[in-house]
Design a binder for this molecule. Structure first.
Ligand SMILES: [Zn+2]
Length: 250
């Protein structure tokens, strides 16, 4: 028996093992990764779909680390998993230090992936620090209470804006920043001269840092994106000739 035929039989055995178990039982992470890799290597579409389906379910259930999912997605040409994994890794609670030294995670990743995520996290951190800086007041030409304007604006930024930026919650941080920006644009700040407030808000509202989160994350997704590779049985796009695939699909 040739090596090719032997491995095809091995893939079939793996699939039959899965089928003997009930579909809704969760195969192990290791088994699913092996299933995806073998299915890609030896063109077994039904094993690929089965493993990927469970792999996605377990990722969305939080059972598999997003960095591992990202690595497997890039290794095996699964673009649909690049965006959600990069977004999960960008969340403030998903600190780089919590996983970048874990052997069980790192053994799946390439240097390119770790460095891209590390760059993204650093840029996100710096972007949020930039927002926390109190923007200078832009005084109107006839302002004769500059010190008072600065004190009131500083107090407003500390109590109304900085507090919210420091407490950004996981999940759609970009949207939360847009809401904060909208509130600033409509802000009423008692005590500050209105012409100075209007000029200052006009400048602050145009800061690019409000949209930096989305741009940084999208840039990382584009950098790590891969071309889709779907196994097709013996080079055919149809599964009609594949008894295992036909059985699994029907
Ligand atoms: Zn002023």
């Amino acid at each position: 028996m040739s090596a090719n035929a032997y491995l095809r039989v091995h893939c079939r055995c793996l699939l039959i093992t899965y089928r003997i178990q009930r579909y809704n039982l969760n195969p192990s992470q290791q088994g699913l990764v092996a299933g995806i890799r073998l299915a890609q290597m030896w063109n077994v579409p039904c094993l690929f779909r089965y493993s990927l389906d469970h792999f996605k379910r377990q990722f969305h259930a939080g059972n598999i680390h997003p960095a591992i999912v990202l690595a497997i997605a890039r290794e095996n040409g699964i673009p649909s998993l690049v965006k959600p994994t990069v977004e999960a890794l960008a969340e403030p609670a998903m600190t780089l230090s919590s996983w970048c030294s874990e052997v069980d995670v790192l053994r799946y990743l390439q240097v390119e992936e770790v460095s891209a995520i590390a760059r993204m996290k650093e840029r996100l951190y710096l972007a949020r620090l930039a927002i926390l800086d109190i923007p200078p007041v832009v005084h109107a030409s006839d302002c004769n209470e500059a010190n008072k304007c600065v004190i009131i604006w500083t107090n407003y930024w500390h109590t109304k804006v900085g507090k919210r930026i420091r407490k950004l919650e996981d999940g759609a941080v970009s949207n939360q920043l847009c809401f904060i920006r909208s509130d600033i644009i409509r802000a009423e700040v008692p005590g500050i001269r209105q012409p100075c407030l209007d000029k200052t808000i006009d400048v602050v509202g145009k800061y690019s840092c409000w949209y930096a989160d989305r741009q940084i994350i999208d840039g990382t997704i584009a950098y790590l994106m891969v071309t889709e590779r779907i196994p097709d049985w013996c080079g055919s796009s149809s599964n009609d000739d594949n008894p295992i695939a036909t059985t699994m699909i029907t």
